[in-house]
Ligand binder design. Structure first.
Ligand code: K7E
Ligand code: CUA
Length: 769
């Protein structure tokens, strides 16, 4: 290494060639000292040991949480409770380019309501696709309560692909819930309203305002909701709340609870007591039982009608065909949960201390024997509570939602008023254990708790207010997800996770090994349609095209690429008034080699994952100079990953100016650079020798790095040829610049080599231990 140039030497030192591995001096602080210093108990340590995930470790479950008013979905790991991703769903999310590239704007545009952009959502209940009642990890659905919408998220890349709008509803709290084979995604209206967009006075509430339950047909092959095959079962204006789909013996049915079946309409300003008084005056509300399979057959047979462009099964048709039944449920219930075996439905009333367990078999017997206690004002048969009830259990104050354990008959119910979780036996109606949690629990969730085979293990309590639990950050506090160990007889609180987004309503979890997300897209993919983008280009085919229509409106299409560390093109020239459409394809194949693209003054931010093509379209309405650059620190020369959009005045004539280089290079500069490159190559060869003499093929990650390094070295070779060609012509300026570019690719190669070498050292060391 004596003759090595300085730059190559520092590189060699950087990658540890010729140096012995540094030994780390382990701090002598003992566990006891740390416990004392931080005031930790043995119990704390045990909890920490159950959740702590060492560097590089993975979680057993992934959780998908509603982001409430943030309109997003949050992904985190269990038991570590580390946040992994925020998925933009109803809301723009700039890191992912969501709502900033043309492709995702098209998705958000599907969610327009009556012609208006709605750029927020109130997300409540995520649901994972199921096959035979088991989570299959293919897609995730989530509803928007404020605007009656459902989004489809593809779990192969964790991106939102589709938003559908319910044309009949004006709110949609109850959703999303999937049937056993994801035949349908169920949503229910909450606040009754006219099905049309017309004005209807509140005095006509009973006759012209309606609730309803919508069954969105999911096309599994396409991975999209098929609106034309979806339908709604008309329901009275009873504030339908949440639903759950039957499973096993109850497959083909769904259950929806309701509140305010008083049909009270408030109006403080009209001298009437408020909604809350009138909506909780009766002792019972109604559980709706719907035979959705029969409803679908009736719709297919043309027995429905079209309202506001949607298929509707009217109440009278539903009743005449035994599709819709009501069962009283105690006071202001919230939610209904079908047991994993599909035999029972658990309902809890916020203003009643019991959980009520209904029997599907008893409901069916009552229907078969036409044993009803009467009809509601809309002619829907009512099954008496005692004819449907299996058992009731006194759980505590304000019971809300229920989840299930792997253990037979064991359920967990949140107690909102008590701020507790009750563990109980729903077969026998017996309380088993209770645990105090932090304030204001809403939903709770066990691992795969909605499936036919819940895993138990952990429970997450979703608490709405964090009050005094975390460091204060102003009047708006984070939310609090609390992790509870439910593997033993007694529940044990393990961890508090603050979540700095909207109210957490519900969360679903799935065994992490069921998910198979991709690490790169196929070359030139529009990730929102999963099809090849017509705007994608290959390396070397980059181009800019300007066309004008007969009215003189010109459009500039830029078909560009990104790769470490440059954007092609680096200069874009347009005229004022041009419509500019910049399409960028990330040529990288390497895992996580993301580039971004932001531009001054145009509200543009793209996220370009490997293989992705994304576009930004805008009108260049102002003249000027608009720098653009890569927004991900992708490489050592990331800051140099830049360019200029020049918007020229109309009719601008070039002044015949000459580019003046900031620095002029000589033959000597070129030769120094070449020497550095030759030495650098020697370093690369050493790294390559190290990697190939170790068992690198055992590690897919290293194989990926080596592939990427080989790509980079190929680019280095191309730049080398250009440098030598320029040198042959004695064009020392370009010879030097291309020689430098050749070196840049070498540095990237060496950087990848270093990562591979470090990985091999660490993992082989682990093997020896
Ligand atoms: Cu209880 Cu929307 Cu399910 Cu909130 S909901 S808690
Ligand atoms: Cu690409 Cu920074």
């Amino acid at each position: 290494m004596q003759s090595m140039t300085k730059t190559a030497l520092s590189l060699a030192v950087g990658i540890g060639i010729g140096l012995s591995a540094a030994t780390s001096a382990w701090s002598a602080e003992s566990l006891e000292q740390v416990m004392e210093k931080r005031g930790l108990t043995q119990k704390d340590l045990l909890a920490a040991a159950k959740t702590y995930t060492p560097t590089g470790g993975r979680d057993e479950y992934l959780a998908f949480a509603s982001g409430g008013q943030s309109g997003q979905v949050i992904v985190y790991g269990i038991p570590s409770m580390r946040i992994l991703k925020y998925i933009g769903v109803f809301t723009p999310e700039p890191w992912q380019g969501y709502g900033f590239d043309d492709e995702s704007k098209a998705v958000l545009a599907q969610g327009r309501v009556r012609g208006k952009d709605i750029l927020f959502g109130d997300t409540h209940h995520p649901a994972i696709t199921e096959t035979n009642g088991e989570y299959d990890g293919r897609y995730l659905f989530i509803n928007d309560k404020a605007n009656p919408r459902v989004a489809v998220i593809d779990l192969h890349d964790f991106e939102t692909k589709q938003i559908v709008v319910n044309p009949l509803f004006k709110s949609q709290h109850g959703g999303a819930f999937v049937t056993e084979n994801t035949e349908y995604v169920i949503t229910a209206a909450q606040y009754a309203a006219p099905y049309t967009n017309d004005f209807v006075p509140l005095e006509k509430f009973n006759d012209e305002y309606r609730g309803g339950i919508t069954y969105w047909k999911f096309d599994r092959d396409k991975g999209r909701i098929d609106e034309s095959a979806s339908f709604t079962v008309e329901a009275p204006p009873y504030s339908q709340d949440l639903s759950d789909a039957g499973k096993g013996p109850s497959h083909g049915w769904s259950f929806t609870n309701s509140f305010c079946s008083e049909r009270y309409v408030g109006g403080i300003e009209r001298g009437r007591p408020p909604f809350e008084a009138g909506c909780s005056s009766k002792d019972t509300d109604f559980l709706h039982a719907v035979n959705w399979r029969k409803a679908a057959e009736l719709i297919a047979a043309g027995k429905g009608k079209k309202v506001n462009g949607a298929k509707l099964l009217p109440i009278d048709v539903a009743v005449a065909n035994d599709v819709l039944f009501l069962i009283p449920e105690p006071k202001s219930p919230h939610g209904v949960d079908v047991t994993p075996d599909g035999k029972f439905m658990v309902v809890s009333g916020k203003l009643d201390s019991h959980a009520s367990v209904y029997s599907f078999e008893k409901i069916q017997n009552a229907i078969k024997n036409k044993k009803f206690e009467g009809k509601d004002p809309y002619g829907i048969p009512i099954i008496a509570m005692e004819d449907a009830l299996h058992t009731q259990a006194e759980l505590g104050l304000g019971p809300l939602h229920t989840q299930f354990d792997a253990k037979e008959c064991v359920a967990y119910t949140s107690l909102y008023v008590d701020s507790m979780v009750a563990k109980w036996n729903y077969c026998e109606g017996k309380v088993l254990d209770k645990i105090s949690i932090h304030y204001n629990i809403g939903h709770l969730m066990t691992m795969e708790g909605d499936s036919v085979s819940p895993d138990g293990k952990y429970l997450v309590a979703l608490n709405k207010l964090a009050i005094d639990r975390f460091n204060p950050v102003g009047p708006l506090h984070p939310q609090n997800h609390q992790l509870i160990d439910i593997s033993g007889e007694k529940m044990e609180l393990l961890y508090d996770m603050p979540l700095p987004l909207g109210e957490p309503h519900y969360v679903v979890s799935i065994a992490a090994d069921k998910l198979k997300p991709v690490v790169r897209y196929k070359s030139r993919t529009n990730s929102r349609t999963d099809e090849r983008s017509p705007y994608g280009v290959r390396a070397g085919r980059e181009k800019t095209e300007r066309t004008c229509d007969d009215k003189g409106q010109c459009t500039v299409h830029v078909y560009g690429t990104t790769i470490r560390s440059h954007i092609t093109p680096e200069i874009i020239e347009v005229e004022q008034g041009d419509i500019v459409s910049i399409h960028l394809t990330n040529l990288e194949r390497a895992q996580d080699q993301v580039h971004g693209f932001a531009m001054y003054g145009q509200n543009i931010q793209l996220s370009l994952e490997p293989g992705k093509t994304a576009s930004a379209t805008f009108v260049a309405d102002q003249t000027g100079v608009f720098p653009y650059y890569c927004t991900e620190f992708c490489s050592a020369l990331h800051l140099e990953m830049q360019g200029y959009l020049l918007v020229k005045p109309k009719g601008y004539k070039s002044e015949n100016l000459k580019m003046e280089e900031g620095t002029a290079y000589t033959k000597a500069d070129y030769e120094t650079q070449v020497k550095t490159n030759v030495d650098t190559q020697a370093v690369i060869d050493m790294v390559v020798a190290f990697i190939t003499s170790h068992n690198y093929k055992d590690f897919p990650l290293v194989v990926g790095l080596v592939e990427d390094a080989t790509d980079q070295l190929g680019f280095a070779g191309e730049a080398k040829k250009k440098a030598e060609a320029a040198a042959a012509k004695k064009d020392w300026q370009n010879a030097m610049l291309w020689a430098n570019q050749w070196w840049q690719y070498q540095v990237k190669t060496a950087d990848l080599g270093l990562r591979a070498k470090t990985f091999l050292e660490q993992n082989n060391a682990k093997k020896v231990n």
